[in-house]
Design a protein around this ligand. Structure first.
Ligand code: IMP
Length: 428
């Protein structure tokens, strides 16, 4: 297939980078299309662990061109820090990395406003990663944003900066009693960033159009997950971008029809970080065990993740709204030893039983999961490589998930290393 999108089908942290990594062997281009440094993608390559926030996971392969497209909000300091770390570890970063000149830049006020809003909200905090993501996207759609290309037109940049500082100082100083932003200091800081990121900046839209025309293999790497999508997710407990497949054309400039295949990655259970409804959350022994066995702590923030059972209602919604062609289930090994495996197949609501995701976070928070249970498995599955290596109960569980989710499961991961994969079908 020429173009493939790998996205998270749940609330993020599904292990997308690993699937991207497997596919990157044959890819020519790997593209981040949305989100920013709120993402934390862990890739193990040749025995080394890399944690990437902005640079696409394909960077570890010399033949791959990595693109940070305009749907991404770029934090220059994070980007440069990542480039430096990769170089220190011997990874080539040069003309194999292209940052879109249309991408919006995360400015100092975005982080400050993100953190101040969270602080003010107290117990009602959103639980953002504090990376300035929401405020940066808010400026983008309210015509205040500063884009990468703007950094190279000093007069225009100064004008945009001045306008923003006047506006943001009214909020920071008058509403929050904070120190004002200083024009000259920020101008100089971003001049320096502009110089240092210049070798990477380019016209990513044309690059991708040409790559499509040339029939090159392009991999779109989603960040966060469908249930955190700004439109499809549990609004307002979402992230600021379209983390669903819709984000690919809007965030890169390729035509919607150019996307050939969508792979949805999901854990064999569910996790969430930050606030917001989570119908199948288990705050008791099962949830604690999933967290411990699955090592469910955030890559970006280190926060313990909320854990619970697989929600097939949410997954069906992801499959249908993204046209997911195949599902990759990860962390099946974490379910070992549970006597029964629960799958949520519907929600009970004050209005009756439903099998779709309600629009509002308040309705979703009142939804009571209706579970079906399947027998668990005692066997260690971490050595399984073929479907027949899996215990019958694990195979039954996967077949049940497939039937409930409405898309085929192409592969299952049974441990953290690259080879701990069972291919059920296809060549993913
Ligand atoms: P923001 O994207 O930092 O604004 O955070 C908004 C919501 O998305 C919060 O609930 C975060 O915990 C969540 N979130 C953002 N990025 C990720 C991610 O990469 N994985 C999981 N959750 C995320």
């Amino acid at each position: 297939m020429a173009t493939t999108c790998v996205l998270g089908a749940q609330w993020g942290d599904e292990g997308k980078a690993r699937v991207v990594d497997l596919l990157a062997d044959t890819a020519d281009v790997v593209v981040r299309y949305q989100g920013g440094s709120n993402a934390g993608h862990t890739v193990v390559f040749e025995g080394e662990t890399y944690r990437l926030h902005l640079v696409p996971s394909g960077i570890l392969r010399r033949h791959v061109t990595c693109v940070v497209a305009h749907g991404v909000v770029v934090d220059c300091a994070t980007l440069l820090g990542e480039v430096e770390e990769l170089r220190t570890r011997g990874v080539t970063v040069g003309d194999n990395l292209v940052i879109s000149d249309r991408a919006h830049v995360v400015m100092p006020w975005h982080r400050r406003l993100d953190l101040l809003r969270e602080e003010q909200a107290g117990a009602r905090a959103h639980g953002t990663t504090g990376r300035g993501i929401g405020p940066c996207y808010a400026d983008k759609v309210s015509y205040r944003g500063i884009r990468v290309g703007d950094l190279y037109d000093p007069d225009w940049f100064a004008e945009r900066l001045r306008m923003n500082i006047e506006e943001k100082n009214r909020i920071l100083v008058d509403a929050y009693g904070e120190e004002p932003l200083q024009f000259a200091a920020i101008r100089d800081e971003y001049r320096d960033y502009a110089e240092r990121i210049a070798p990477f900046v380019g016209d990513a839209v044309t690059l991708l159009h040409d790559a499509i025309d040339d029939g090159r293999e392009i991999l779109f790497e989603g960040a966060q997950g469908v249930l955190l999508d700004v439109d499809l997710g549990s609004y307002p407990y979402v992230t600021g971008s379209n983390s669903c497949a819709l984000g690919v054309p809007s965030g890169t400039g390729i035509p919607p029809r150019a996307l050939d295949r969508v792979i949805g990655v999901a854990k064999a259970y569910m996790t969430r970080v930050g606030a917001g409804p989570f119908p199948t959350e288990d705050e008791g022994e099962d949830g604690r065990r999933l967290r411990d066995e699955g090592n469910e702590y955030g890559t970006t923030t280190g926060r313990p993740r909320r854990c619970g059972w697989f929600d097939a209602v949410g997954m069906r919604y992801s499959v249908r709204s993204n046209g997911i062609d195949e599902i990759v289930i990860v962390k099946l090994d974490v379910l070992r030893g549970f006597e029964r495996l629960k799958v949520c197949v519907a929600y009970d609501t004050p209005q009756g039983r439903i099998d779709t995701v309600p629009a509002t976070a308040s309705a979703l928070s009142r939804a009571v999961p209706v579970y079906e249970e399947r027998p668990g498995f005692e066997e260690d599955v971490t050595g399984a490589r073929r479907p027949e290596d899996l215990p019958a109960a694990a195979r039954d569980f996967l077949a049940y998930l497939e039937q409930q989710c409405g898309a085929p499961i192409s592969q299952v991961s049974v441990g953290p290393s690259r080879e701990q994969i069972v291919r059920l079908r296809g060549d993913t």
